[in-house]
Write a protein that binds this ligand. Structure first.
Ligand SMILES: NC(=O)c1ccc[n+]([C@@H]2O[C@H](COP(=O)([O-])OP(=O)(O)OC[C@H]3O[C@@H](n4cnc5c(N)ncnc54)[C@H](O)[C@@H]3O)[C@@H](O)[C@H]2O)c1
Length: 352
């Protein structure tokens, strides 16, 4: 069972599970614009091996019914944007916090109690300003050598920022507590920025895809703040591998949270991504600036050492390759008008 399985991460996980010969049930209310395209693509590819329930994670009866048929659960259904959580915190709470509790209770009350892996966020660690952030011409970075070399580990204390940070954080803690208190098999991934095919990036969420889409459409990119914010970005293919490894090792790692991202080797600032897109497409995107948005961390880079020590996992796709592959996917799947598509030579060649 993949909740939010029509969305960006969910569809990639579902596709890999189906490739491995598993039956998959996608549970999604299709509230994210564009995700019905993902679902049509997956249905066409896999036919009856794929089942779909169009329903809401807030609907307890529907969740219970689906859980009763599931042997493993990947939980992605969520209100996903900090910006929307500021506008409607009740909705954000109902979907992210209450929805996750609905799922956990359905699992607890089921006969077979399937394992579940939950997608939490780096926002549970707050703004990290205390690590002494400095900047150079294109990016922020920590003054402290240890953080610069390793990133942020799970030892960092929790400090929920923004309504979205609070509701994902609540769900994160419920997941861990249901392992502790009720013995359910649960794992939490605190994810940094994920990018890759099937991502319908917007200004609110999915910035790597959003920047590429804007650039390919010859539209300006708005940077909120000075654009020096740094993230470790992770290509979705690597993330899917991590999810499946976590499920495989569930008996060993249940009750644990893991930071999950591209790590110190795959960091990039917003300004640097704009430059990279210019190199890939042959045209530097037009960039505009606006005020900082609430709860925007100046620097966040994951230390994924805890998960690596148990499973040996590490990202295989480096930033430049991943951004190029997403750019190719957006073009091949007509996410941008044909006349704007870049030539094959530019696509596969070195920076134009
Ligand atoms: N993409 C990232 O960089 C990132 C980073 C950190 C955490 N996350 C978390 O990972 C998960 C997946 O993110 P994504 O990027 O694939 O987002 P997405 O928006 O592409 O996918 C979420 C899916 O959930 C569905 N959904 C939303 N509300 C629902 C509801 N009430 N009931 C049923 N389905 C509902 C949407 O229709 C969508 O298909 C989310 O929980 C998100 O908070 C994502």
């Amino acid at each position: 069972m993949v909740t939010g399985g029509a969305g960006f991460v969910g569809i990639n996980v579902a596709d890999r599970l189906l490739t491995e010969g598993k039956k998959v049930l996608i549970f999604d209310n299709l509230s994210r614009a564009g995700v019905e395209n993902n679902l049509s693509w997956l249905k066409e590819k896999w036919g009856d091996q794929l089942q779909v329930t169009i329903a809401d994670i807030r609907d307890r009866a529907a969740v219970t019914e689906a859980v009763n048929h599931a042997s493993q659960i990947f939980h992605f259904a969520a209100q996903v944007a900090v910006t929307s959580s500021l506008i409607d915190p009740f909705y954000d709470f109902e979907v992210n916090a209450q929805g996750t509790l609905n799922l956990l209770e359905a699992i607890r009350n089921s006969e077979h109690q399937p394992p579940v892996i939950f997608s939490s966020t780096n926002k549970v660690y707050g703004d990290l300003d205390d690590i002494g952030i400095v900047m150079n011409g294109t990016r922020y970075y920590p003054e402290n050598t240890f953080f610069r070399q390793h990133g942020i580990s799970e030892k960092r204390s929790l400090d929920f920022h923004s309504p979205y940070g609070c509701t994902k954080g609540v769900a994160d803690q419920y997941m861990l507590d249901y392992a502790r208190t009720f013995g359910l098999k649960t794992v939490v991934f605190r994810m940094s920025c994920i990018y890759g095919p099937h991502q319908f990036g917007t200004e609110d969420q999915g910035w790597v895809a959003h920047f590429l889409i804007q650039a390919l459409k010859n539209k300006p990119i708005t940077l909120y703040g000075d654009g020096k914010q740094v993230r470790d970005i992770l290509f979705v293919e690597d993330l899917v591998t991590a999810y499946l490894l976590a499920m495989k090792n569930i008996h060993k790692i249940s009750g644990n949270a893991f930071n999950m991202g591209g790590g110190v080797q795959n960091t990039i600032s917003l300004l640097e991504l704009c430059d990279m897109i210019g190199e890939i497409t042959g045209k530097k995107p037009e960039v505009r600036f606006d005020n900082w948005r609430p709860s925007d961390q100046k620097y966040y880079v994951s230390d994924f050492g805890k998960f690596n020590a148990i499973t040996g996992w590490q990202p295989q796709v480096r930033t430049r390759e991943g951004v190029q592959r997403l750019c190719n996917w957006l073009q091949e799947n007509a996410m941008v008008p044909a006349k704007k598509r870049i030539s094959k030579k530019q696509k596969v060649g070195s920076p134009a």
